[in-house]
Design a protein around this ligand. Structure first.
Ligand code: GLY
Length: 422
């Protein structure tokens, strides 16, 4: 099958890689130098009309959309209208991620367990409500902010500063919600809107600092599978995924693609922290290498409303992802730093997130630069192997967290920062 992957990050690299591994011809736009090793990368305008034309001209039999921004701009709607099978939800369905206030109200309407919250469209109302809330409290920008729109405020000053920053933007809205305690877990559902197959649960590490400190990022590392009890998994399946898909259908919305539930395993059971409308990043880099069956076949079946969950098979293995980020991230990342990559062994992957080529040299071009993944029979071995591989990357000033897996007692990495010299 000819598959067009849309996007340019490590998630799309992982998706392109598994599609190529299954023998498909993979095209990708806008792509990156890593994706170019497994797919034909096409430099092309990224507006909806141009992407529909590209899919038509190149005879794509399936389009897989990676990033949320394309979903929010209605790319899936336009591709489907042109008769092109598309794995990625419509703009209406993607509201579950792109409009956090809508998403929260949806969860309340359909009894999906989530944190107590209130949404506001003015700074004054948000500030007044804040004064009534216990600390810490969670401030969420209601729009798309690449994972960086959330502040867990320990003080009122911090919370007020976050609110002021959000309302400096035009048409801003905010969700203020209860701070939940427990382990965080990501469960992704591949779905045609009705039937679904769950990925193995995984755990992302969202702050830049070790010990879960510092500002939020898009995600700094993942372990998979994250241990979730059978009871909690059943709750997630029934009360979160099934209820959400049914609620969407009841509102006339069929969600085709990946429904990402970011959950807190609270003492009262699993509750939704956030929904995303796509593969998580870096969760995709952990989960997709464990997929034994054919992603493109599942995506096509889902696009045709015929997903058979029994066809979706996962290796009984574990994986770990270590993100290497540029100096300055999650603020302004330093670009143009030379990267020297080791050769990954069997079961190891270096997915490119923010890389470019300058005069034949691979360099950093974004905040998160590389997602270094290893798979192994057991999680501790996968983690050790991913850290060992990350430690062999030449990336001067590259940042990584050395405590991925630490929340469930896995030993922090004995390795230091990535090597400064190749
Ligand atoms: N890893 C969190 C996200 O993809 O939004």
């Amino acid at each position: 099958m000819k598959v067009l992957v849309v996007g340019s990050g490590a998630r799309e690299h992982a998706a392109a890689q598994v599609c190529a591994r299954s023998g498909h011809e993979v095209l990708c736009t806008p792509g990156n130098p890593g994706i170019a090793q497994v797919a034909e990368v096409i430099h092309w305008p990224q507006d909806n009309a141009a992407l529909v034309t590209l899919a038509q001209e190149r005879g794509a039999e399936l389009v897989i959309i990676g990033p949320e921004a394309y979903l929010a701009q209605g790319l899936a709607d336009d591709l489907q209208a042109a008769g092109i099978p598309t794995f990625g939800p419509s703009r209406a369905a993607a509201q579950i991620e792109s409009d956090k206030a809508w998403s929260k109200a949806f969860m309340v309407r359909h009894g999906v367990p989530t944190a107590a919250h209130q949404s506001f469209e003015t700074l004054e109302a948000a500030l007044a409500y804040l004064d009534t809330q216990p600390l810490p409290t969670v401030i969420k920008d209601a729009g798309l902010r690449a994972g960086k729109g959330v502040t867990i405020a320990q003080t009122r000053e911090e919370a007020r500063a976050a609110l002021h920053a959000i309302f400096e933007q035009q048409n801003a809205a905010v969700v203020i919600e209860e701070f939940m305690t427990g382990q965080e877990v990501s469960v992704l559902a591949l779905t045609d809107g009705e039937r679904f197959a769950l990925t193995p649960p995984s755990q992302d590490h969202k702050t830049i600092g070790e010990g879960d400190t510092g500002p939020m990022t898009g995600g700094m590392g993942v372990i998979c599978p994250f241990p979730v009890s059978a009871e909690d998994l059943e709750t997630i399946r029934r009360e979160v995924i099934e209820r959400t898909l049914a609620g969407l259908r009841a509102e006339g919305i069929v969600f085709c693609g990946v429904l990402y539930a970011g959950l807190m395993l609270t003492p009262q059971g699993p509750k939704v922290v956030e929904f995303n409308a796509r593969f998580g990043d870096p969760e995709a880099e952990a989960v997709l290498p464990l997929l034994e069956s054919d992603l493109a076949a599942h995506a096509l079946a889902a696009a045709q409303g015929q997903l058979n969950p029994a066809d979706v098979r996962w290796r009984d293995e574990a994986s770990a992802v270590i993100i290497l980020a540029a100096p300055g991230y999650p603020g302004t990342p330093q670009k143009g730093i030379p990267l020297h990559l080791p050769q990954p062994a069997e079961g190891e992957y270096i997915f490119h997130a923010g890389t470019a080529e300058q005069g034949g040299q691979l360099v950093s071009s974004g905040g998160r630069v590389l997602a270094v993944t290893a798979t192994a029979a057991e999680l501790p071995a996968a983690l050790a192997q991913a850290y060992a591989l990350a430690g062999r990357v030449g990336f001067e000033g590259g940042q990584l967290r050395r405590d991925i897996g630490g929340r469930i007692g896995l030993r922090p990495s004995p390795l230091g920062q990535p090597q400064e010299q190749p």
